[in-house]
Design a protein around this ligand. Structure first.
Ligand SMILES: NC(=O)c1ccc[n+]([C@@H]2O[C@H](COP(=O)([O-])OP(=O)(O)OC[C@H]3O[C@@H](n4cnc5c(N)ncnc54)[C@H](O)[C@@H]3O)[C@@H](O)[C@H]2O)c1
Ligand SMILES: [Zn+2]
Ligand SMILES: [Zn+2]
Length: 364
């Protein structure tokens, strides 16, 4: 089958024929319908994040089940599903305490399947599966808990977006921040994740949602999703402007959705006394942000990370889907440019250029 393989960092993805072994126990083989272009893939391509190479990237996807391995009971051939980059083992401490986004068995096996091996290879060379998804390919073998069944009439690009940026962004506002109605929020970075934090904050009743981005087109695009005020750090001191917009206080909730020490410090500083700072962006490995510890204590700020929106994907992806189907979340406008798998490197160039809307591979 055809797949986009990352062999080395800072090299284009190679779109080529590789082999996919059949599913083992508890796994399914799926045909990919749509795969979103997320900055997390780009971090691996640039070496800002590490995984075992070569690897098939792609972790935001939707697919149709073609073959079920032995013992699979939650999905069957023909089912449509959202792919999940933290499939759960259902048995570890985190899975059993409602925090399956932190599943230990998944963290331990990483870009291999749960048994520690891969189904992807080219001849004798084994190829890893990013997030146990690897959806920049015509097909994938994923754990059955990594394919969440959905009704067949849900459009597949929108379903794919629930696989990462929607659940991550809306979840960051809903589950990580537990944002209260009437509060103020500032969101640093208005890409796929940031736009979903913005629409999550709107859904939860934020009174003011300040979009912060260095890209004017992306700032303007954020208006559609509920942003009420716009700050470009290139034009003005962003912290001073956020304070000005919040009666000199700072925002009740601030979110970081780019991935750098600089933007994390901005989010931290822009939160008010007693405010909550949620970091969603993945900064380059080794990066450290400076936090004024006296300020942390005296201002009683809460600083927290959010992974997969602190969601329980199997349950909460259905919540996201219901909110979309009832018109409470706008996933239609989120769908940006659509590409063929052959043009995947152009899709990542567009992500770097900051083209508004989430790019997706929809032709394999
Ligand atoms: N926590 C999670 O579970 C999770 C899940 C998905 C993605 N991520 C991470 O979230 C981050 C965002 O991903 P994305 O796909 O939305 O990326 P994206 O590229 O679509 O969006 C990032 C945005 O940040 C803006 N930006 C860049 N520098 C800035 C600055 N100095 N100040 C303000 N804005 C700035 C860009 O213009 C862009 O609009 C990435 O680091 C990604 O790896 C985390
Ligand atoms: Zn992602
Ligand atoms: Zn687990």
């Amino acid at each position: 089958m055809k797949a986009a393989v990352l062999y080395e960092v800072n090299r284009p993805l190679a779109v080529e024929e590789i082999e996919l072994d059949p599913p083992k126990a508890g796994e399914v083989r799926v045909r990919i319908a749509a795969a979103g272009i997320c900055r997390s893939d780009l971090h691996f391509m640039k070496g800002e994040a590490k995984l075992k190479l070569p690897s098939v990237l792609g972790h935001e996807g939707s697919a149709i089940v073609e073959e079920a391995g032995p013992g699979v009971s939650s999905v069957k051939p023909g089912d449509h599903g959202i792919l999940c980059f933290v499939p759960n083992c259902g048995r570890c401490r985190f899975c059993l305490t409602g925090r399956s986004n932190l599943c230990d068995a998944h963290a331990r096996t990483g870009a291999n399947l749960f048994d520690g091996t891969t189904r992807l290879h080219k001849g004798a060379q084994r190829i890893s599966h990013m997030g146990k998804v690897a959806c920049f390919a015509q097909q994938a073998v994923v754990p059955e808990t990594g394919c969440i069944p959905i009704p067949a009439d849900v459009p597949m690009p929108q379903a794919a977006l629930i696989g990462c940026c929607v659940t991550t962004g809306v979840g960051a506002a809903m589950f990580s921040a537990d944002l209260r109605p009437g509060s103020t929020a500032a969101v640093v970075g208005c890409g796929g994740v940031g736009l979903n934090i913005i629409q999550g904050a709107k859904l939860l009743g934020a009174s003011k949602i300040i979009a912060v981005d260095i890209n004017e087109a992306r700032l303007e695009f954020a208006r559609k999703f509920g942003a009420t005020d716009f700050v470009n750090p290139k034009d003005q001191d962003p912290v001073a402007r956020i304070r000005e917009l919040t009666d000199g206080q700072g925002a009740d909730y601030t979110f970081e959705a780019f991935g750098s020490a600089e933007t994390a410090e901005l989010a931290y500083t822009a939160a008010r006394k007693g405010g909550t700072v949620v970091i969603a962006g993945i900064a380059p490995v080794g990066d450290r942000a400076a936090v004024d510890l006296v300020n942390l204590v005296r201002d009683e700020k809460t600083l927290k990370g959010t992974y997969y929106g602190s969601a329980r994907p199997t349950v909460d992806m259905h919540t996201m889907l219901d909110l979309y189907l009832r018109g409470k979340l706008d996933l239609d406008d989120l769908v940006g440019r659509q590409y063929r798998l052959e043009d995947i490197n152009e899709a990542f160039a567009d992500l770097e250029r900051g083209y508004p809307g989430r790019g997706l591979i929809t032709a394999f």
